[in-house]
Design a protein around this ligand. Structure first.
Ligand code: TMP
Length: 212
C-alpha cells in the first residue's frame, strides 16, 4: 500500500475476455463511491509507453521481432508507465485500474513464448519498482470464445499477438491460471463467459471487501 492509501487493481486475461468493459464499469462504480480512479493500460498508459505499444503490437517490417526484444519492449513500457503515472497516482491516493500488467508478461512472454521465468520475474520486479497489484482480476475464457468475439469487432485486422495460433493462446490461458493458483490471495478468477453484469457484480463484491 502506498503512503496515501492508493489502491492498485489490475485486469488480466486472454484476448477478447471483455477486460476493457469491466475496467470502465468498475471505475464508474468506484467513482460513484467517491474514489478517484485512474484508468490505464499496458503496454502503454503514457505518451512514450504508447509509442512502444504501437511498435511491439504492430511492427510488421522485414525483421523478425526476437522474443528478447519483445520482452524488453514490454518491460521498457512498464518502467516508464509505473514511474510516470502509476506510482504518482497511488501516492495521491487514487485507485489505479490497469488493463494488463506484469502477469501478462508471465503469460505471454513466459507461458506462450517460453522465455525463462526467472528472467521475467527479475524484469517484472525491476520495471514495476516491485509495486505489485493489490488485487488482480483474471478474466478467464477459452481462446476460441475470445476470438469469436474479437473477430466480429476488429476493423483493422489482427495485431502480432492476435495473429498467433490457438496453441499460443491456450498456453497464455494456462499460464494465467497457474499464476493465479500461485497467489490466490491476490487473484480473483472470474468466468468471462458469464453475462457482463454478473461479472461486474462479482468484481464489485471483491473490490468492496478489499477497499471499503
Ligand atoms: P490489448 O491491449 O489489446 O490486450 O493488447 C496488448 C497485447 O500485448 C496483448 O496481446 C497482450 C500483449 N502483452 C504481452 O505480450 N506482454 C505484456 O507484458 C503485456 C502488458 C501485453
Amino acid at each position: 500500500m502506498s503512503k496515501n492509501n492508493g489502491f492498485f487493481i489490475t485486469f488480466e486475461g486472454p484476448e477478447g475476455a471483455g477486460k476493457s468493459s469491466q475496467v470502465a464499469m468498475l471505475a464508474q462504480y468506484l467513482t460513484g463511491r467517491m474514489r478517484h480512479c485512474v484508468i490505464t493500460r499496458e503496454p502503454g498508459g503514457t505518451e512514450l509507453a504508447e509509442l512502444i505499444r504501437q511498435v511491439v503490437k504492430s511492427y510488421n517490417g522485414k525483421e523478425k521481432v526476437h522474443d528478447a526484444t519483445e520482452l524488453l519492449l514490454m518491460e521498457a513500457a512498464r518502467a516508464q508507465h509505473v514511474r510516470e503515472k502509476i506510482l504518482p497516482a497511488l501516492d495521491e491516493g487514487a485507485v489505479v485500474i490497469c488493463d494488463r500488467f506484469s502477469d501478462s508478461t508471465t503469460a505471454y512472454q513466459g507461458g506462450a513464448r517460453n522465455m525463462p521465468q526467472d528472467v521475467i520475474d527479475y524484469l517484472n520486479d525491476y520495471a514495476s519498482a516491485k509495486r505489485k497489484p493489490d488485487i488482480t482480476i483474471l478474466m478467464d475464457l477459452p481462446p476460441e470464445v475470445g476470438f469469436a468475439r474479437i473477430a466480429s469487432r476488429e476493423s483493422e485486422g489482427f495485431d502480432r499477438f492476435e495473429n498467433e495460433k490457438i496453441d499460443f493462446h491456450n498456453r497464455v490461458r494456462q499460464a494465467f491460471l497457474d499464476a493465479a493458483a500461485k497467489e490466490p490471495q491476490r487473484f480473483c478468477v472470474v468466468d468471462a463467459t458469464l453475462d457482463k453484469e454478473v461479472i461486474a457484480e462479482k468484481i464489485r463484491q471483491v473490490v468492496d471487501v478489499a477497499l471499503f
